[in-house]
Ligand binder design. Structure first.
Ligand code: NAP
Length: 259
């Protein structure tokens, strides 16, 4: 039996849709106090209503997670309103596909800012609050793409996601003095609004490569994030967990067909 996370103060970046929404919902069902972060106010309001319905005390914050002033203000405000900060879910990110030959340096920098710099900024802004609370949890949304797999058009995306795993190794050591853990979830192909924008052909091709024969749900990632945020996961830090229905396991597509 896991200890309740009721009343814990949790920030979920990118919580207005997709995987972040699934993570936020998992915490909402435990009656956590949630701040949902994104740039689109209308999407945030919808998500807050959904979280309240699921049992949370929920609020939203409009914030671009690649901007440090905005991130610091967002984190300080959430901690002030929610009685401190216990969990930071650094999830927001984007995955536009551009092949290297067409990718300009500004596009590379934008990807790094949105996915990797943002992870560093969220952790940096949270440290004073974890220090004050005497403990904390960080859950980073990485990916199988980059650390484990490649896909044409995602060199910059994969580099940003692998970079997050590099970051958490040293961050885990530095956060230990605040009794705070940091770990990453590595989703496979999870059915989100962002993934759907890649088109039906991409979705059906991907589903065929997964031994469990389905794309992941946002709840699948939410459950992993919830575990890594629990008191019971308090001795796990600097680690990553693949949540992909076995997608990285087959040696060939024939191997999946033979299941
Ligand atoms: P999504 O459906 O496109 O949702 C992305 C969320 O992040 C939205 O809430 C978006 O809100 C927010 N966001 C993006 N950039 C932001 C910024 N600069 N500042 C604040 N909020 C920002 O994407 P998703 O599929 O859920 O992906 C979420 C995370 O999971 C990403 O880090 C992605 O790399 C990772 N991931 C996804 C999959 C998958 O299969 N879906 C697989 C592996 C990893 P606004 O647009 O309103 O800002």
């Amino acid at each position: 039996m896991f200890a309740s996370l009721e009343g814990r103060s949790v920030i979920v970046t990118g919580g207005s849709r997709g995987i972040g929404r699934g993570i936020a919902l998992a915490f909402a069902r435990t009656k956590a106090k949630l701040t949902i972060v994104g740039r689109d106010r209308a999407h945030l309001e919808q998500a807050v209503a959904e979280m309240k319905e699921a049992g949370a005390v929920a609020r939203s914050a409009v914030c671009d997670v690649s901007n440090f002033d905005q991130v610091r203000e967002m984190v300080d405000e959430a901690a002030g309103i929610q009685g401190g900060l216990h969990v930071m879910c650094a999830n927001a990110g984007s995955f536009p596909q551009v092949k290297i030959i067409d990718l300009d340096p500004a596009g590379w920098d934008e990807m790094m800012a949105n996915n990797l710099r943002s992870t560093f900024l969220c952790v940096k802004a949270s440290i004073p609050h974890f220090a004050k609370a005497g403990s904390g949890r960080v859950v980073v949304t990485s990916s199988i793409t980059g650390p484990l797999t490649g896909y044409p058009g995602w060199s910059h995306y994969g580099a940003s996601k692998a970079g997050q795993l590099g970051f958490i190794k040293t961050a885990a050591m530095e956060l230990a003095r605040y009794n705070t853990t940091i770990n990453a979830v590595m989703p496979g192909n999870i059915l989100t609004e962002g993934l759907m924008e890649l088109g039906e052909e991409y979705l059906s091709t991907m589903a065929k490569t997964i031994p469990l024969k389905r794309l992941g749900s946002v709840e699948d990632i939410g459950n992993a994030a919830l575990f890594l945020s629990s008191d019971e996961a308090g001795y796990i830090t600097g680690q990553h967990i693949v949540v992909d229905g076995g997608q990285v396991l087959p040696e060939s597509t024939d191997a999946v067909a033979a299941i």
